[in-house]
Design a protein around this ligand. Structure first.
Ligand code: IPM
Ligand code: MN
Length: 366
């Protein structure tokens, strides 16, 4: 019997639906090629649904997601709705309620022309950020006192648990085992925010279990500097939630922009969620100009997570080949119609899959 993967799809707001459609187009082609089945269930959550029904994302949906292997999400956010309301309910809601404790964000440069840093080549920009995803300033402990007055006080709590640090750090070390460089860099700000030395100590203890892995440390401010000055110094990086949020937007620019950056929100062994890093870009909605490569890349991460390694590798090669050969000219919006990029990737995966095994990668460039 064919392998079947159940995917809960949340296209969401703005360009979400368009980019997810391209991702699904590519996924269906790969399913056909590699002989697995996709069973998708679509959910309407987002601004339009909220304005119509008052519902953001019901808790009953979480039980339904748990019956799926993964959630594939487009984008959430709409200027008609209070800032952050839907993002917190849906994106953060998924991360917290499904306990998706790792936010995995690869930063990989496919072609030198996409890098804004002078003289950097693909070999210089190839890292993965392990962003802790269930703690820190995102927990929502805090609020306002005397709101709207001159005496207003606002409190936001950064919270870290030993368990939360350890599971993120351990994931990073396990990930490093399978990579060429085998290096893990801890990023924190324990010099100024002393409670963050929980990260420093946890990292040192976990490192003892991984003798063959090189370790390094950088404070977040310096890490941002190194990311621009010497991106080649990073392999796997692990860091608290809010630093990971900021660092990976910078990272997305270093790899060519929001048009390519993808992420996996993981709880290994359980239902996990895959999404592009970019937002809903309401101004591009319905115009067929958004670049769907980030969503397609997220689909690739999902395939890898689902154990469809061959399909994931083929997709990765297809994206690399289209970008290095210049058939996809840019990672920005408007240079290719959204649907054209989905079509190009679909054709390329078919072509790569049809090539005899062992064919050198260079021969794949048509
Ligand atoms: C991200 C986003 C989210 C975050 C927002 C939309 C809540 O910026 O996925 O990086 O801050 O984590
Ligand atoms: Mn972000």
């Amino acid at each position: 019997m064919a392998r079947e993967h159940a995917i809960a799809v949340i296209p969401g707001d703005g360009i979400g639906e368009e980019v997810i459609n391209e991702g699904l187009k590519v996924l269906r082609a790969l399913a056909q090629i590699y002989g697995f089945k996709l069973r998708t269930t679509s959910y309407p959550w987002g601004a339009d649904h909220f304005l119509k029904t008052g519902v953001m994302m019901p808790d009953s949906a979480l039980d339904e997601y748990r019956q799926h292997a993964a959630v594939y999400l487009g984008a959430i956010g709409d200027p008609r709705i209070e800032v952050g309301l839907l993002e917190r309910a849906i994106i953060a809601g998924l991360r917290f309620k499904l306990d998706l404790y790792v936010n995995l964000r690869p930063i990989k440069l496919y072609d030198a022309r996409f890098c804004p840093i002078k003289d950097k080549k693909p070999a210089d920009v190839d890292m993965v950020v392990v962003r802790e995803n269930t703690e820190d300033a995102y927990i929502g402990i805090g609020g306002h006192f005397k709101q709207g007055t001159q005496d207003e006080v606002a409190i936001a709590t950064m919270l870290y648990t030993r368990k939360g640090c350890e599971r993120a750090v351990r994931y990073a070390f396990e990930l490093a085992k399978g990579r060429k460089r085998r290096k893990v860099t801890l990023v924190d700000k324990a010099n100024a925010v002393r409670p963050q030395d929980l990260w420093t100590r946890t990292f040192a203890e976990v490192a003892k279990d991984y003798a063959g892995i090189e370790t390094d440390h950088a404070y977040i401010d310096a890490a941002c500097m190194w990311l621009v000055k010497n991106p080649e110094s990073f392999d796997v990086c692990v860091m608290p939630n809010i630093f990971g949020d900021i660092f990976t937007d910078l990272g997305a620019m270093v790899q060519g922009g929001m048009g390519i950056a993808a992420s996996g929100n993981l709880h290994p062994g359980k239902t996990s969620m895959f999404e592009p890093i970019h937002g809903s870009a309401p101004k591009y909605r319905g115009k067929n100009v958004a670049n769907p490569l980030a969503a397609i890349n997220a689909a690739g991460m999902m395939l890898d997570y689902l154990g469809e390694k061959e399909a994931a590798t083929t997709l990765e090669s297809a994206i690399a080949s289209l970008l290095t050969s210049g058939r996809i000219r840019s990672l920005g919006a408007g240079d290719h119609p959204t649907s054209e990029i989905g079509d190009l990737v679909t054709a390329e995966v078919r072509q790569i899959a049809a090539m005899p095994a062992g064919e050198p990668a260079a021969a794949r460039r048509s």
